[in-house]
Design a binder for this molecule. Structure first.
Ligand SMILES: Nc1ncnc2c1ncn2[C@@H]1O[C@H](COP(=O)(O)OP(=O)(O)OP(=O)(O)O)[C@@H](O)[C@H]1O
Length: 253
């Protein structure tokens, strides 16, 4: 069991202490990573293809435990939780998977609404919200189509709607703008920023899209050789900060 450091990060929404990950005998993918993200923070994760970004995110959304070290979420070390407690914690996390993971037999609307159904909410209570969310991400006309009839970018937007529909405490997104054009990428980024600003959702986004990252004034964590380093944010011309909030310059709607 890792000895947790009693320090300023005790209140972190996400905390990694000396985390390592190896899948097999071929070597460590992650080597002794420490990370603390405050509740309500907004961060990016970058790194070359194969650096281990998706692997790191998998640890954060509790898809697998680290090989050594401790992953703590919402102030609780996860290695000590029961299965039920882990399930309850997973319900507080919205995940945008790199490969979308939509259910093929459900429509876009049904996919996006699924987490609410699983929570036992009644459709009459959420239908309008889900429809509005899908319209906002540009799927107003296509929400009753099945994933196989949607483009990659449309499927990605369904996956994003599904991840944010529950208004999670923690949003983890793996390349969430990888399949859309720059304009839609900026729009989706605004959705994440809104969630972060209005609801205090802690957001971490893995992305290769440096153009998009530069538009948002937020810390960037760079993964290389199994190690994580925080790089100085490099605000672009359009980034600005108001109070604690983060903004991206909005195009006129
Ligand atoms: N389930 C697995 N079993 C064995 N090795 C794996 C597994 N998943 C990932 N890897 C290996 O771990 C390394 C990191 O992969 P990962 O997908 O985390 O990188 P990434 O930074 O997200 O890459 P990309 O930007 O291309 O998505 C790669 O060498 C990959 O082959």
């Amino acid at each position: 069991m890792t000895q947790l450091r009693p320090d300023i990060f005790d209140e972190a929404a996400v905390r990694l202490d000396a985390v390592t990950l190896r899948y097999d005998a071929s070597g460590e993918i992650l080597s002794g990573i420490d990370l603390a993200l405050k509740p309500g923070s907004f961060s990016f994760l970058t790194g070359a293809s194969g650096a281990g970004k998706s692997s790191l995110l998998k640890l954060l959304y509790l898809a697998r435990p680290p090989s050594t070290g401790e992953v703590s979420l919402f102030g609780r070390p996860t290695s000590r939780l029961t299965r039920d407690q882990l399930s309850a914690m997973r319900r507080r996390i919205g995940v945008v998977f790199q490969e979308f993971r939509l259910l093929g037999h459900l429509t876009a609307y049904e996919n996006a609404a699924l987490p609410l159904r699983v929570m036992g909410r009644k459709e009459a209570q959420y239908r309008t919200d889900v429809e509005e969310l899908l319209a906002w991400v540009g799927l107003g006309e296509r929400m009753h189509k099945r994933p196989e009839t949607l483009s990659g970018g449309e499927q990605q937007r369904v996956a994003i709607a599904r991840a944010v529909v529950t208004q999670p405490d923690l949003l983890i997104a793996d390349e969430p703008t990888g399949n859309v054009d720059p304009e839609m990428g900026a729009r989706l980024m605004r959705l994440f920023i809104e969630l972060n600003k209005r609801l205090g959702t802690t957001v971490i986004i893995a992305s290769h899209d440096l153009g998009l990252i530069r538009q948002v004034e937020a810390p960037v964590y760079h993964l290389a050789n199994g190690l994580l380093a925080r790089t100085t944010p490099e605000p672009g011309k359009t980034a600005r900060r108001r109070g604690d909030g983060i903004e991206i310059k909005a195009e006129e709607e």
